[in-house]
Design a protein around this ligand. Structure first.
Ligand code: URA
Length: 428
């Protein structure tokens, strides 16, 4: 087959801060998926994009080309509105677990395609796989049936969805080009648009435990993604939320499921409840439901009922005991005072080193591993009181986990703690 363009010309155009034509973009994504553009050429192009950026029109076309590299799902035969949430990833971010069944209570279908964790941010599928029997891989027909019967499904994205992104993301991961806003935005949105949801809420994390450490870049990412969603006819809003400290009191797998169950039982940590309820309100509004009271559905057990059916539909036993780590070690407060800071990134890295996360795609995670917090910023603590419990099946991991936590905790006099908002802004 004669190729329409030459990869080197395309790389040179971006290197010299030029604009790629729609035809050049379509060809680039297609030729890379077919193996005509080599990895080293795509890596060079990604780096040029990271350094020189892309226009809104270029990002939009790049996203469409990635969607067109695979299948598009279609939930229109369900006869229900559909909505989904995507988080850019953080530490202790278990919100999807209570959120999907909570939104389904109100008759809106939630097709939640999730991922596994890589590095210090956890993956929703790893958390759910700590439930005995639960399986992440569903066929499109199984997913459809579950959406019709239960209303919510959390499962792995099939291989047919945006295959160009799978190849590109793996390349970006090893070439220092993950952080390019056009590439992150098109990667996330191509999968969400191909998934076929009618509306979408983005939880864009800002802070030490997030991809985006500073608010200006997080805002730019959120605005880019909201624009891409709207261009594709998906009603999209984004919340910018704080990720300087972990969400809730757990970072791991089974311990995050346990905390989600507390939220579904009407309790749980305040920040997890606040974000779950706020995201549910946004998702329901996007799906055209304006008079719902998600907080009440957590309190009265309706969300828990959907959770049980959702877990059972995927082979899980909602009543089974969750795995518990074999070993634990406690970290104590070094001084009296107010806990001023508890750094999300350090806790995330510690949980990962304890075995809750993976360093390579093929690693197996430990279901019981992680970090349980006993205090959150703002709490009054006394020297010698337990601050965190480290959990693992393999105690040789404790030392490296504790190294990650060095300098993680700041304790000081009352009054020194700057106010931190959980929900920083809403972008629509
Ligand atoms: N998540 C994705 O799916 N893609 C990115 O590029 C970054 C985060």
């Amino acid at each position: 087959m004669t190729e329409s363009f030459d990869a080197v010309d395309i790389i040179r155009t971006k290197r010299d801060k030029g604009t790629l034509s729609p035809e050049q973009i379509d060809w680039t994504i297609d030729a890379y998926t077919r193996g005509v553009i080599a990895d080293e050429q795509m890596a060079a192009l990604n780096m040029a994009i990271l350094l020189n950026g892309m226009s809104r029109a270029e990002i939009s076309r790049w996203t469409t080309a990635m969607i067109n590299s695979g299948e598009r799902m279609d939930f229109s035969s369900l006869g229900k509105a559909t909505t989904d949430k995507h988080s850019t990833g953080g530490v202790g971010d278990k919100i999807t677990l209570p959120l999907a069944p909570l939104v389904a209570v109100f008759g809106v279908a939630v097709p939640q395609l999730s991922g596994r964790g890589l590095g210090h941010t956890g993956g929703t599928l790893d958390k759910l796989e700590s439930i005995p029997g639960w399986r992440a891989a569903l066929s499109n027909e199984e997913m459809m049936r579950q959406l019709a019967d239960v209303g919510a499904v959390i499962c792995a994205a099939g291989a047919g969805l945006a295959p160009a992104d799978k190849k590109l993301y793996a390349l970006r991961d090893v070439t220092g080009t993950v952080e390019a806003i056009p590439l992150i935005a098109s990667s996330i949105m191509s999968k969400k648009i191909a998934e076929g949801t009618g509306s979408l809420v983005l939880d864009v994390k800002v802070g030490s435990g997030a991809f985006m450490k500073d608010e200006a870049r997080a805002r730019e990412l959120a605005e880019t993604m909201v624009g891409l969603g709207s261009d594709a006819g998906v009603r999209t809003v984004a919340l910018l939320t704080n990720m300087n400290t972990p969400l809730g009191l757990t970072a791991g797998n089974a311990i995050e499921v346990e905390e989600s169950l507390e939220v579904l039982a009407g309790g749980g940590p305040e920040d997890v409840v606040e974000l779950t309820v706020r995201l549910a309100e946004e998702m329901l509004a996007g799906a055209g439901v304006h008079d719902a009271d998600p907080a009440a559905a957590l309190k009265d057990g309706r969300a828990m009922d959907v959770w049980r059916r959702m877990i059972a539909a995927q082979g899980g036993d909602p009543e089974a005991a969750l795995p518990v780590a074999r070993e634990s070690e406690t970290v104590y407060a070094p001084a009296d005072g107010v806990l001023l800071e508890l750094d999300a990134l350090s806790v995330g890295v510690a949980a990962w080193r304890l075995g809750a996360g993976r360093a390579r795609k093929e690693d197996v995670v430990q279901a019981g591993a992680g970090v349980r917090l006993h205090a959150k910023p703002g709490a009054l603590v006394r020297a010698g009181e337990p601050l965190m419990t480290l959990l693992t099946d393999t105690p040789e991991r404790f030392d490296r986990a504790k190294e990650a936590l060095e300098g993680d905790v700041v304790i000081g006099p009352e009054g020194d703690r700057p106010a931190q908002q959980l929900i920083i802004d809403r972008i629509a």
